[in-house]
Write a protein that binds this ligand. Structure first.
Ligand SMILES: Cc1cc2nc3c(=O)[nH]c(=O)nc-3n(C[C@H](O)[C@H](O)[C@H](O)COP(=O)(O)O)c2cc1C
Length: 323
């Protein structure tokens, strides 16, 4: 009897895992794996896909896995089931980031439907944005989205924005000279079903107004040079503490903010260079704030960006025997 209940659900859950993998990840490394067992989905960090040079502590890997976890939760809710989750349910198994438990059938709320509907429309946009400001009520909604997942979102006001962009540019320069950075970037750029393809890297910004990560430096042929918005809108995502669960919560908050922005037809681009250098990361917010910055975001209005590749779902699903 139990088997007939589970069999269709496994197909549904496999599709939910596919939607989870549409999440953003550092350099499109897709550093996650999933195990479906009955009414549970285990979410793992894949140690072979951590960027050891750029992300030595695994903080950005857990942010990426957290973003996938939020997608998974939304997809299960949209499929018509309640769901609960525990972070690090088996502390001796550090790669097991979350266990999602599927509950009773339940009608999805309008907000779940809206956010889940934005999963496949959200893409990182590295093209110029229009100068139009993001309305205050939308910024309020983004702040609420971050708070719902246990993080804080701050809008950088003009003076702070100038300082932050200067730090982001120096972070980018420092990283380019960091031993091992360039070969690691080369591993995660170019064609394939992971990494950032050249066409997603966007054009060059000769005036350097936006701290673009250079994913296209090695691309063959001349690169288009265009003017970017002179005063990009920058948001800071932060948490009160800075441990593994905070990094997963940051990823869930990041994704909820990105999906909320997408549902308002906003373009978004994560910026992580300044949070990859501990000294600069500490200087992004006043120490009196008591907050740890996890990620920066550029946000605004732009033409839609294109989807980047993902590995087939079979590649990220652990076989039942493998669990
Ligand atoms: C932790 C993290 C850090 C990221 N840092 C940057 C960044 O510094 N610059 C950038 O252009 N994109 C950044 N991204 C976006 C990823 O490159 C992007 O999510 C990935 O290439 C997949 O593309 P998609 O977001 O369009 O699905 C980051 C994403 C995450 C989750």
């Amino acid at each position: 009897m139990r088997k007939t209940v589970e069999r269709p659900l496994r197909r549904v859950l496999t599709d939910c895992v596919r939607l989870a993998t549409a999440a953003p990840s550092l350099h499109n490394s897709q550093p996650w794996r999933f195990g479906i067992r009955g009414m549970e989905v285990d979410v793992y960090a894949d140690p072979g896909r951590r960027l050891r040079v750029l992300d030595p502590t695994g903080r950005e890997q857990l942010i990426s896995v957290g973003a996938a976890l939020l997608n998974l939760r939304l997809a299960i809710r949209r499929a018509g089931y309640r769901c609960d989750f525990d972070l690090f349910p088996e502390p001796e198994q550090g790669d097991l980031v979350a266990r999602v438990t599927v509950g009773h059938p339940a009608r999805p709320s309008p907000i779940v439907t809206t956010l889940a509907g934005a999963i496949e429309r959200r893409h990182t946009n590295r093209f110029p944005f229009a100068g139009a400001p993001v309305p205050d009520d939308v910024l309020d909604e983004l702040r609420v989205a971050a708070r719902r997942e246990g993080a804080f979102l701050a809008v950088a006001h003009p003076a702070a924005r100038k300082a932050i962009l200067t730090m982001a540019r120096s972070a980018d320069r420092l990283l380019r000279h960091h031993p091992g950075y360039q070969p690691e970037l080369a591993r995660w750029t170019g064609p394939g079903d992971d990494g950032v393809p050249p066409w997603a890297a966007g054009p060059a910004d000769p005036l350097a107004t936006v701290p673009l990560r250079d994913f296209a430096e090695r691309a063959a042929g001349p690169r288009q040079r265009v003017k970017f918005e002179p005063n990009p809108s920058i948001l800071l995502l932060a948490t009160r503490s800075d441990h593994w669960p905070d990094w997963v919560r940051s990823g869930q908050a990041l994704q909820r903010v990105l999906l909320t922005a997408t549902s308002h037809y906003l373009a978004t681009m994560p910026i992580s260079q300044p949070v990859e250098i501990p000294d600069l990361r500490r200087r992004l917010l006043a120490p009196s704030s008591g907050l740890h910055v996890q990620m920066l975001l550029r946000i605004g209005y732009a033409d839609p960006a294109f989807a980047t590749p993902r590995r087939p779902v079979a590649d990220v699903l652990l076989s039942r025997a493998g669990r």
